[in-house]
Ligand binder design. Structure first.
Ligand SMILES: Nc1ncnc2c1ncn2[C@@H]1O[C@H](COP(=O)(O)OP(=O)(O)O)[C@@H](O)[C@H]1O
Ligand SMILES: [Mg+2]
Length: 370
């Protein structure tokens, strides 16, 4: 798929913008604070209906204005579609696909798929497990509405269980009531764990390949979903049996931590605490990797995500690369740009070499693009 046209109205620093893009590499050049990231943010908003900057949504409305609009024309293999987002200071945002308002954000998933990468994504490797879970959740939600639904269910059940843990001071009552929530938590949690294991298993060979490629064969990458440890060494079981193993394991973990949870006042085990363990040449990259290694691993994960999205949806997603080239050495840069040729790419930066193959250049200056 690719984006044909982006229209913005009062979005961030843009008053009015209408630009047709190229289905190859779109080089978005400009000095700092001109609107490059804002453009990518607008595009990514149309993928998941949320901001990639974890800010309050109304902040996207241009200072002094009441509403903001994004309109994006997308071309897929067999159809074209138009995604429209309206933000207002007074009302909830509206999303329309081909002119028809959607009721739930889940309906937007799959209309426009993109992978976003910026130097901030180093968080994915360095920071708390939360970022890695978000990575999985955003990805799997884009390709499975069912997963998005399970996540919502899980969060509700978890919130109820946590509320009980926090509010109820009677241990006897707690021990009698918790199992009601546990049954539901395990039921939905099992589905989430199963889909995440699948995701990491699918991602792994592509991430390894991307990493080997970016590092010119000097490093080997390993990925493992911690919540799937129970299936370790049990490859090839029928799905039903695998689900049962995950379920039993989750139940057991919940039961084992019940006293701890009561003491803490929240649920300390489950998919909301799982993680992806990442190693390079068998060494834990989070604790022992260099900054450069971590950066390359983050990029490999994102490039792999692109490939499995294609496998899962039949369409190549769009690649959004925000300010990443300056952070890579010359060899990795060149290999990354070669990789970009596979799909429509928006790549921002302050300056680029002239004459990149299969690329069109756009200059962003004070919220205008030429
Ligand atoms: N709601 C808003 N209204 C007007 N300007 C905004 C708003 N939000 C951010 N900006 C401005 O957008 C500019 C940053 O744009 P950005 O796309 O991040 O720049 P860059 O080209 O460096 O990526 C800043 O000058 C910031 O003040
Ligand atoms: Mg920027």
């Amino acid at each position: 798929m690719y984006i044909k046209k982006v229209n913005l109205e009062n979005f961030r620093n843009y008053s009015r913008l209408g630009v047709e893009f190229f289905d190859g590499i779109n080089v978005i050049e400009g000095k700092n604070a001109q609107g490059k990231t804002n453009l990518l943010e607008a595009i990514f908003f149309c993928c998941i209906g949320k901001s990639l900057r974890a800010s309050r949504e109304r902040e996207v409305i241009k200072f002094g204005e009441d509403t903001a609009r994004i309109k994006i024309e997308v071309q897929k293999y067999y159809k074209a579609s138009e995604i429209y987002l309206l933000f207002s200071r007074l009302a909830k945002k509206t999303i329309k696909i081909d002119g028809i308002p959607i009721k739930r954000i889940g309906e937007l998933f799959g209309e426009l798929n993109a992978v976003y990468f910026s130097p901030d994504e180093l968080r994915l490797i360095k920071d708390a497990p939360e970022d890695r879970r978000r990575f999985m959740d955003i990805h799997i939600s884009q390709i499975s509405k069912q997963y998005f639904y399970y996540l919502g269910r899980y969060e509700k059940i978890l919130a109820n269980r946590n509320k009980l843990l926090k509010d109820c001071k009677d241990v006897q009552v707690l021990k009698e009531t918790l199992p009601i929530w546990d049954t539901q938590l395990v039921e939905v949690g099992t589905k989430i764990v199963r889909m995440r294991i699948d995701f990491v298993e699918n991602l792994s060979p592509y991430a390894q390949k991307a990493h080997t490629y970016l590092t010119a064969n000097s490093e080997t990458l390993g990925l493992e979903y911690t919540g799937g440890a129970v299936l370790q060494g049990k490859g090839g079981l029928p799905l039903e049996q695998e689900l049962q193993l995950i379920k039993d394991d989750l139940s057991k973990r919940l039961q084992k931590s019940v006293d701890k949870d009561i003491k803490l006042g929240y649920t300390s085990v489950g998919p909301h605490r799982d993680d992806i363990k990442i190693s390079v040449n068998d060494i834990d990259i989070r604790s022992f990797g260099s900054q450069g290694q971590q950066r390359t691993v983050a990029l490999s994960l994102k490039l792999a995500e692109l490939e499995i999205m294609k496998e899962e949806t039949g369409e190549m997603p769009i690649l959004l690369l925000d300010d990443v080239l300056s952070e890579l050495d010359a060899g990795r840069r060149e290999r990354l740009l070669k990789f970009c040729a596979k799909t429509q790419t928006f790549i921002t930066g302050t300056d680029f070499p002239k004459g990149l193959p299969n690329a069109k250049y756009f200059r962003v200056e004070n919220a205008t693009i030429n």
